[in-house]
Write a protein that binds this ligand. Sequence first.
Ligand SMILES: O=C(O)CCC(=O)C(=O)O
Length: 241
Amino acid sequence: MSDPPAGLFSDDVLSRGPQEIVPGVVHIPAWLSGEQQRWLVKQWSQWGRGPIPPHSPLIHGHPMSVRMTSLGWHWDDTGLKKQAREFGGASPLPVPEWVVRMGRRALSDGLRRSIAPGWPGFEDRELFRWAETYTPDVALINYYDPDASMGMHQDKDEDSAEPVVSLSVGDTALFRVGNPQTRNKPYRDVRLASGDLIIFGGPSRYMFHGVPKIFPGTAPEHSPVARGRFNMTLRMTGRHS
Ligand SMILES: O=C(O)CCC(=O)C(=O)O
């Protein structure tokens, strides 16, 4: 008799339902269907052949282990830019309308009071009305090799405090939900699997967060990602282009 692989039957894996991790952070497992994941991966690959090819941004002169492309705005470690200096001043492709609508749907699905009692606490009708104003104008798409990771950081290059919507496809990642004050404890670790949605806003909009680990070979059978993981975050910059 052998023991199951580490984590296969851990509590967080067995009880995968929508949940508020801390006020302002909501995780909805398997929000995307297999077909939607396949479509997204095709789009991500296509966008990567556009003006901003997948690249490893430098942080303090060192390349990140993820490969990033973006829509709407280009990111470097000094902030969000309309033109990418590294790519001859190219402008990113715009965020398509269907991505905006997906971001709105994510908020209205995820932030219902029944799932997220802590924040924003709207009645469902008010929530839908508010979600309709969410107009993400930047999407960062990161590809993680099985060995890649992302250190604890805050998403604070945007002028708007509207929530971040994050989608994952491919191998499962360990996502560290920190706190807004420090990059250290307290934090909660959440496994983000293929198709999962996580939203962070309100009291957790500026939380430190990171991806310490990818679990290689954990993508579902027939995954559109043969190896590693894609993540797309949607944000509102609150700036005019
Ligand atoms: O890959 C993830 O789940 C997180 C990505 C992230 O933290 C970021 O793009 O700022």
